[in-house]
Ligand binder design. Structure first.
Ligand SMILES: [Ca+2]
Length: 154
């Protein structure tokens, strides 16, 4: 489930820097705030839904969320329940169920224009419906959108 920035969605005021919380949508407000406070060029992952409980952020890649190097380490693997994309390059962030710099296996992507996914429940990797994205992300990299076989909001 994607929640988009309220100002962009409802009023088209993004260029004015005016953010209006979505009426009655606490979840969207939480991720909107996270996005507005995020560093430009960075990808974020969160332990909880609604962009709560940041477990790491980076403008680079990480081929193994469970090892002891890079922006995601140890118990960060198979833990993300919401993610946020504030990249500025136009690239998508491709998240994988597996690890390794061969970048193979099930994946899915979040586009720059999707901003964030406030809840990954119900999304699966390209490897099959039983391979769930929620609590299933183990690596990520930045790629052109045409390298993505699937997007989270589709
Ligand atoms: Ca790592």
């Amino acid at each position: 489930m994607r929640k988009i920035l309220a100002a962009t969605a409802t009023l088209g005021l993004a260029g004015l820097g005016v953010i209006v919380p979505a009426t009655g949508a606490q979840a969207a407000t939480t991720c909107d705030k996270a996005w507005n406070n995020a560093r430009s060029g960075y990808f974020y992952a969160y332990d909880g839904q609604n962009c709560i409980g940041n477990i790491g952020s980076t403008d680079s890649w990480d081929s193994d969320y469970g090892n002891s190097s890079g922006p995601f380490q140890g118990s960060d693997t198979n833990r993300a329940s919401s993610i946020l994309h504030k990249g500025t390059s136009g690239l998508a962030v491709q998240v994988f169920n597996g690890t390794g710099q061969d970048w193979s296996g099930g994946h899915t992507c979040i586009k720059k224009s999707e901003y964030y996914m406030s809840d990954l429940v119900g999304d699966s990797f390209t490897s099959g419906k039983k391979y769930l994205v929620n609590n299933g992300i183990s690596s990520h990299r930045w790629v052109p959108e045409d390298k993505c076989d699937r997007f989270l909001d589709s």
